[in-house]
Design a protein around this ligand. Structure first.
Ligand code: PMP
Length: 400
């Protein structure tokens, strides 16, 4: 699928053709994204929102058109519900800070899950240093899927928000997010969805889901680094205070008192990365030009094939993927081979995989290991690359 759109894929690494299987960490960028950003730097660049001059207007138009692209991409009701951030991490920190300040009292609770990325654990712990709130953790079953019954039991009169990953970046498990939101809403509890790993692989419809907050990163969906999104329902964004202060986010400023700008600017202090928002919009165009049906068919086929082939390797232990194929993220270990050794030796064969705890240490501990090797696929990966991975693993295993 369109590999020629991604120049980096033709690189040779240690004398081998690159096999890039670290897409859950970040995806490669198509030419159209990079070209659009270069073109804007060369021909349009000017700071947005503040200028009366032509270039500033043009840059502002591109920036706001990108916001509209994101709105359409996730089917938000209004573009004012799309906050540009640096990424998923900043989006979750924003909610933990601002929602925590306005909507949580000492003794109130947030529910997260055992399969969260650190970026959906630590912001709540930082909130705890300012306000004694409780963090309740929904466990996973031995099959590495979320224990929904346990989630229902964890809900208490003090639960103020449920903050949960849509897709695990370690296991590829797709959590039943619509069901979680239904359960939460039956108790009048809002839900923050960490969509970092779902946004690149499946359509998101925030209105159909009735999600309260959704966070995702541009760089994991073929867009540039340094840009991400926080979607929030208007009623929540109106209610919670700004996360950062500065230019753009104000109405009137005196030394005694400041009023805030309207949505979404109330949450966008300082000069935004308006070049990256253009890149993000082109990444959305790229995804849409191929279409979700095609992308999902290809990625599911790859994942099924990879699971099948990996399972033929002696002593392999694959984590998760028991209930269904899941997302194109596969974590494994081979016998007693240290994940770091395996990753390093695969790199010598030009194969890029990730090793370690994947910023999800509590989950890794729950799996009873110190780390895993993770192969994660994107729309440009091929079955041939999976064959190279499998033979690479066999070759490395035989050395031990
Ligand atoms: N949540 C999940 C599930 C992730 O996989 C990641 C990235 N590995 C993040 C949050 C953080 O994303 P970012 O580093 O782009 O802010």
């Amino acid at each position: 699928m369109n590999r020629e759109d991604f120049p980096i894929l033709t690189r040779n690494i240690h004398g081998h053709s690159l096999v890039y299987l670290d897409n859950a960490a970040t995806t490669q960028k198509p030419r159209s994204v990079v070209d659009a950003m270069t073109e804007e730097y060369y021909n349009v660049n000017a700071n947005v929102h503040r200028g009366v001059h032509f270039l500033s207007q043009q840059a502002t138009d591109l920036h706001e058109a990108a916001r509209e692209s994101v709105r359409r991409f996730i089917n938000a009701r209004s573009a004012s519900e799309i906050i540009f951030t640096r990424g998923t991490t900043e989006s979750i920190n924003l909610v933990a800070y601002s929602f925590g300040q306005e909507c949580m009292e000492p003794g109130d609770e947030v529910i997260v899950t055992e399969m969260e990325h650190h970026s959906n654990i630590v912001p709540w712990q930082l909130l705890q240093t300012r306000k004694p709130i409780g963090i309740r953790v929904c466990p996973i079953t031995d099959d590495a899927v979320l224990d929904i019954q346990a989630l229902e039991k964890l809900i208490s009169p003090r639960t103020r928000i449920i903050s949960v990953a849509h897709v695990s970046n370690v296991l590829g498990t797709v959590n039943p997010i619509a069901e979680i939101i239904n359960i939460a809403h039956a108790h009048n509890i809002p839900v923050l969805v960490d969509a970092a790993q779902s946004a690149p692989h499946m359509p998101l419809d925030v209105q159909a889901l009735d999600a309260d907050f959704v966070a995702f990163s541009g760089h994991k969906m073929y867009g540039p680094t340094g840009i991400g999104v926080l979607y929030g329902k208007e009623k929540w964004l109106e209610r919670i205070p700004p996360y950062m202060g500065g230019g753009e986010m104000i109405g009137k400023v005196t030394f005694e008192h400041t009023t805030f700008n309207s949505l979404p600017y109330k949450f966008e202090a300082g000069t935004p990365d308006y070049i990256a928002t253009t890149g993000l919009a082109r990444a959305i165009d790229y995804i849409e030009s191929i279409g979700w049906e095609e992308i999902q068919k290809h990625e599911h086929e790859l994942t099924r094939y990879a699971l099948e082939q990996l399972q033929t390797i002696p002593d392999i232990h694959i984590y998760g993927h028991k209930a269904d194929t899941g997302d194109p993220v596969i974590s494994f270990n081979i016998g007693a081979i240290h994940h770091l050794d395996l990753g390093t030796l695969l790199d010598q064969l030009g194969i890029a995989v990730r090793t370690g705890h994947h910023c999800a240490e509590p989950l890794i501990h729950r799996l009873g290991v110190e780390g895993t090797v993770r192969a994660s696929f994107a729309l440009y990966n091929t079955k041939e690359e999976i064959d190279i991975l499998v033979s690479g693993i066999r070759r490395v295993s035989s050395m031990f």
